[in-house]
Design a protein around this ligand. Structure first.
Ligand code: LRH
Ligand code: MN
Ligand code: MN
Length: 389
């Protein structure tokens, strides 16, 4: 038997972080489709994020990407944090960006030239300064570093450079700050990637210490990878820092989470629940781009998709499952899991929202709010998310 009150309580406290870059224009290598009314500044991205939080009640933090969200002046970031606070938001993970400068052609923190490595590490240190100003707890690191051709660089030496750079940044972290290391199978490099998998990320985090944890971006695996196994393992080791949620059909598609494979998202969320990860320590972040669909409604839908998968995971009858597992009842155990997955949790979530004083239908609430029309009328010349031009 599942305790419905406990399920509801968990759903009310789960927080999904939305990424600033999902509010801006984005595209593929081929084309950026500009949409009307998109934010022209980091503050306007926060204004949009506040709308998502207003209708869902569970999206109180916003991740920044530096320099995409760079603000000027000595008080620029404290001012941005204040802007967030005034809208009922907080600033979340600070995402570093060591992939857009010409200097990074051969890598950043793993680059063969020490001058470039210095520049990359300095950027990461600057990101920690920003965390101090914004009150952000997490530094999220993703490196585009790697090689395209066998022999191009020394694979092992690149790992040494990576370890050295990470150690310097780790030493700079303050009390209550974490370093979240994100891995990615391939792209933009195609022969080697310096942090290609959870094992490499885990090995570095383990050596660095307790403030270093791994981020699982759901779009960064080979087809067929059992992501829930990785989640279970990292949680068991106390090294799951968080998620970058999105969906993929082929590679790093960055589509809405839960759109391509809701069953996989359920399996992942079940391991999170099973492993005690539904707590503040695991950050549930979105990392998506909405190239052809309306951005704010897509982000609202994504938050709801995470909630639905979480609700289903919470509904798994753990007692019945354990009994079936111990008894070797293969079909029975599978049926317990599938029963939860096949439950229509939308009525439950409507109840949860109602109890939170929200409209049970966030998409309709947003449509009614008039925000979409207001930003189209008021904003001219929206900002690009940062890439794909
Ligand atoms: C890399 C990545 C990483 C970046 C973001 C924009 O593919 O997932 O998290 O910071 O995309
Ligand atoms: Mn990511
Ligand atoms: Mn990605």
């Amino acid at each position: 038997m599942t305790d419905l009150a406990a399920v509801k309580a968990a759903l009310k406290t789960q927080a999904v972080e939305t990424p600033s870059w999902a509010y801006g224009n984005s595209g593929t290598r081929f084309k950026v489709f500009a949409q009307q009314g998109v934010p022209r500044s980091p503050k306007e991205k926060l204004d949009d994020a506040a709308q998502v939080h207003a209708v869902t009640g569970v999206a109180p933090t916003v991740a920044l990407h530096i320099p995409w969200d760079k603000v000027d002046g000595p008080d620029g970031y404290t001012d941005l944090a204040k802007h967030a606070e005034e809208r009922g938001l907080r600033l979340g993970a600070i995402n570093s960006n060591t992939f857009q400068d010409d200097d990074y052609r051969l890598g950043s923190i793993c680059h063969p030239d020490a001058t470039v490595r210095r520049k990359a590490v300095d950027h990461l240190l600057e990101c920690v300064d920003i965390m101090d100003a914004t009150g952000s707890a997490d530094l999220k690191l993703w490196f585009a570093d790697g090689t395209n051709y066998p022999g191009q660089d020394d694979i092992r030496a690149r790992q040494d450079r990576l370890a050295e750079g990470l150690a310097e940044v780790y030493a700079r972290l303050g009390e209550g700050q974490r370093m979240l290391l994100e891995y990615k199978l391939f792209e933009p490099s195609f022969y080697t990637t310096d942090v290609p998998d959870w094992g490499t990320a885990y090995a570095h985090c383990l050596k660095l210490g307790p403030k270093a944890q791994v981020v699982v971006d759901t779009g960064h695996h080979a087809p067929g990878t059992n992501i829930e196994f990785i989640v279970a393992t990292l949680l068991r080791e106390g090294k799951l820092g968080g998620f970058d949620f999105n969906s993929r059909f082929y590679a790093d598609d960055d589509l809405m989470v839960g759109a391509a494979d809701p069953f996989q998202l359920f399996r992942i969320m079940y391991e999170v629940v099973r492993g005690g990860g539904l707590t503040a320590e695991v950050a549930f972040m979105l990392d998506q781009c909405h190239n052809i669909e309306s951005k704010i409604p897509a982000i609202i839908r994504s938050v709801m998709n995470v909630q639905e998968a979480t609700a289903k995971a919470l509904l798994v009858d753990r007692g019945a499952l354990a009994q079936a597992q111990v008894a070797g009842d293969v079909l029975g155990a599978n049926a317990v899991l599938m029963d939860a997955y096949n439950t229509d949790v939308r009525p439950l979530l409507r109840e949860v929202r109602d109890e939170m004083g929200l409209d049970p239908d966030p998409v309709a609430a947003y449509a009614r709010s008039g925000w979409a029309e207001k930003i189209v009328a008021e904003r001219v010349g929206g900002q690009q998310a940062g890439w794909g031009a």
